[in-house]
Design a protein around this ligand. Structure first.
Ligand SMILES: [Fe+2]
Length: 153
């Protein structure tokens, strides 16, 4: 395994997870009206999951001799719950892609593969769950999928 390449990819993941901590927290703060009840808790739990992943990845970066990044990507914001769910779905799909790429880079480091496989499974569960929620939300409101959702689909 190319150690530097692995550290760089893990830092890209860490940056994504930090983005998730901020984005999901903001969604938890901003979700309002009737949707606040079901979704605020879900968004905050997702922020906590991102932090758990960030911690795991940050610890691994240091173990490999790297320095964990403090940067994050641009946070997508909305006060519309459908858009929030679409942003969340897009975020989780990107996470799956990042972990998939990391698995390719780290393929010959067995323990790291196991660690990444655990995480990619949780990310995929996030995608599965959000796909159901986005569908359900559309059914409940009669809304059409927005362009953002069609693009990531
Ligand atoms: Fe994650």
């Amino acid at each position: 395994m190319d150690k530097q390449k692995a550290i760089d990819k893990l830092n890209e993941i860490l940056k994504h997870e930090w983005t998730g901590v901020a984005q999901y927290s903001q969604q938890g703060f901003l979700v309002r009206g009737l949707w606040r009840e079901p979704y605020a808790k879900m968004f905050f739990e997702s922020a906590e999951e991102c932090f758990r992943h960030a911690r795991t990845i940050g610890e691994k970066i240091v173990a490999l001799g790297g320095v964990p990044t403090l940067e994050r990507n641009t946070v997508k914001q909305s006060t519309d719950v459908r858009e929030m769910l679409e942003h969340a779905l897009e975020f989780e799909r990107t996470a799956v892609e990042h972990y998939r790429e990391a698995l390719d880079i780290c393929a010959d480091d067995r323990p790291l593969v196991v660690l990444l496989e655990d995480l990619i499974l949780e990310e995929q569960e996030g995608v599965d769950e959000l796909e159901k929620l986005v569908r359900e939300h559309q059914a409940a409101t009669g809304a059409q999928p927005s362009q953002a959702q069609e693009k990531v689909g």
